[in-house]
Design a protein around this ligand. Structure first.
Ligand code: SAM
Length: 257
């Protein structure tokens, strides 16, 4: 199967129905310094933002980080299974909807956040048109996506071994680590005010951890036997060394309309 032949809408719908909460289960245990990537993303939104949309909210981890006095945080996602979990965990409101057709008036939101949504919802240009439509002038977009760097030589070694077992790499429907995003922002009248990268570490200490981290990856072209092989690789290393750290680099971009 070539990349163009992947039926992404179906893959994503099945993945998030069958594995609701798995992305949060991994990233909420991934730490860099004193924080998770979710907290890092939420920190980009200033206290003055009163109405915030968390786009492609999944089970709601960023929405919950953003919730505070006098602020309304609306979580929107296409997956009802993810939204069910979100509703069990946080106040909402939670809306089932498509990021490409946002159910909000023009200029009605102070901020939009999205953890991994901008590399999942395609085409990115149509998504940006919707985001800039609903943001008020001066409103903020804070988006985060998995990145290719920073990685140390030892991070690269373990990731290369995992990819060898998988005979492939995790994929996203959208541009890898938001490549070309600065130009897209400019085209939609947004000014980039920040572009940073951070490394987060998920520590595997058991087979269950290995299964969790591998099952949170989008691998639309990979047979389960290959995933099993990667789980066994991590399990072997845990048996020999006690733990294995998987590094997850993230890119965070903040822009103002
Ligand atoms: C990688 S997950 C990220 C979830 C959450 N933001 C997090 O970081 O834990 C991507 C999310 O995008 C949602 N999604 C996919 N296509 C969408 C669309 N067209 N509109 C809204 N959400 C969508 C999926 O259901 C899924 O919950």
């Amino acid at each position: 199967m070539t990349d163009d032949e992947i039926d992404w809408p179906r893959y994503l719908a099945d993945f998030h129905r069958d594995r609701a909460g798995v992305v949060e289960a991994v990233l909420s245990r991934s730490v860099g310094g004193d924080h998770t990537p979710y907290r890092w993303l939420a920190r980009a939104v200033g206290g003055g933002a009163r109405t915030v949309l968390d786009l492609a909210c999944g089970s709601g981890p960023v929405s919950r980080e953003l919730t505070g006095d006098g602020r309304t945080v609306i979580g929107l996602d296409l997956s009802s299974a993810e939204l069910r979990l979100a509703a069990e965990r946080g106040p909402g409101p939670w809306i089932r909807g498509d990021g490409l057709r946002l159910p909000f008036k023009d200029g009605s939101l102070d901020a939009v956040t999205s953890s991994i949504g901008l590399v999942v919802i395609t085409p990115l240009t149509a998504l940006m048109a919707e985001i800039t439509r609903v943001l008020r002038p001066g409103g903020v977009l804070a988006a985060m996506a998995p990145a290719l760097r920073p990685l140390s030589p030892s991070d690269l070694r373990i990731l290369a071994r995992i990819n060898t077992r998988l005979r492939g790499k995790p994929q996203f429907p959208g541009p890898v680590e938001l490549a070309g995003f600065t130009k897209t922002l400019q085209a939609y009248g947004m000014r980039r005010v920040e572009d940073q990268r951070e490394r987060y570490r998920f520590t595997v200490t058991s087979r269950a951890d290995a299964e969790l981290v591998l099952s949170a990856l989008y691998l639309p072209q990979t047979r389960w036997s290959r995933v099993e092989a990667a789980i066994e690789l991590l399990q072997d290393r845990v048996a020999r060394k006690g733990s294995v750290d998987i590094t997850i680099p993230m890119r965070r971009v903040v822009a103002i309309k």
